[in-house]
Ligand binder design. Sequence first.
Ligand SMILES: [Zn+2]
Length: 76
Amino acid sequence: MNPNTSRQKPSGLICPQCNKFIPISIRDLLTRKGIECPYCSLQLSIDRGKSQKALSALAKIHQAEKSVENASKFEG
Ligand SMILES: [Zn+2]
């Protein structure tokens, strides 16, 4: 019915150094203290204090993804 829900967008972020896409789950983003870029080995640290807004936004997306999962389970 809704093509948008069946299409899964990979979560991740763009490396500020090599500009490549680092695939990482939102859950990892929320639980890890830092991420290492698999392409250039840049260490990205997550400052929870400064990133709180961004992280809470991500948490909302995460919740939305979960509800989409539940919706698809409900359908199928
Ligand atoms: Zn990189």
